[in-house]
Design a protein around this ligand. Structure first.
Ligand code: DX5
Ligand code: ZN
Length: 206
């Protein structure tokens, strides 16, 4: 199991959190961007993120919880991320963004909210690299895992395509037991509010 760690909810500030994540065996740094429109909260400006990831060595997994994310994508491409994920609910023309990311050599993910069915992304499954299944309502860290979303992971595993399945929200040492069919899990508060990040990352990987 690969693990991406989100730094939005932590016991220390963002820069220190990113440094601590870098000392673990985590596979990705998950960057949550909220625009105050697609979700109520606003997280960071691009300049904030640039500062936080200045010394980061982990591949960046960027999660845009933003309405019409084209402008955000253009900006975040500058960080040379591993992938950028946008929400299917937030865009009018997903294929345009998929092609734009691929033309720029970046992998593309599509995220689906709890109320969104897998059906809505069927037309894109053969051209994307990641499906991000939300197991909380996007908008903040530290929420309870929605077990009733696990069926989407099983459903996606049966479908054709070259995508990996990533799960985001409320992942901890208990909910991980439902996620053995996922390829990547995102974890925020479980890892970053603890005093031993590596121990928590290992608990998820085992
Ligand atoms: C939710 C974010 C998640 C989340 C992860 O809006 O996309 O990445 O903050 O944090 P935990 O693991 O605390 O749910
Ligand atoms: Zn996220």
């Amino acid at each position: 199991m690969k693990v991406a760690v989100s730094f939005i909810k932590s016991r220390v500030n963002e820069k220190e959190t990113v440094d601590l994540i870098n000392k673990t065996s985590a596979d990705f740094l998950h960057v949550d961007i909220m625009d105050g429109k697609f979700v109520e909260n606003i997280t960071y400006d691009f300049e904030d993120i640039e500062l936080f990831v200045k010394d980061n060595k982990k591949p960046l997994d960027i999660h845009l919880m933003c309405k019409e994310p084209q402008a955000y994508i253009e900006e975040y491409l500058k960080l040379k991320p591993y992938n950028i994920t946008f929400h299917i609910e937030a865009v009018a023309n997903p294929q345009k963004l998929i092609d734009y990311l691929h033309d720029n050599g970046i992998k593309c993910g599509i995220a689906i909210n709890p109320e969104t069915n897998v059906k809505s992304i069927l037309p894109y499954l053969e051209s994307i690299d990641t499906v991000l299944v939300m197991t909380v309502h996007p908008g903040k860290g530290g929420q309870k895992f929605m077990k009733e979303m696990v069926y989407k992971v099983d459903k996606l595993n049966k479908l054709k395509g070259n995508f990996v399945i990533e799960v985001d929200g409320g992942v901890n040492n208990e909910s991980i037991s439902y996620l053995q069919n996922a390829d990547i899990v995102v974890s925020g508060s479980y890892v970053c509010t603890s005093d031993n990040f590596e121990e928590k990352v290992r608990n998820l990987k085992e």
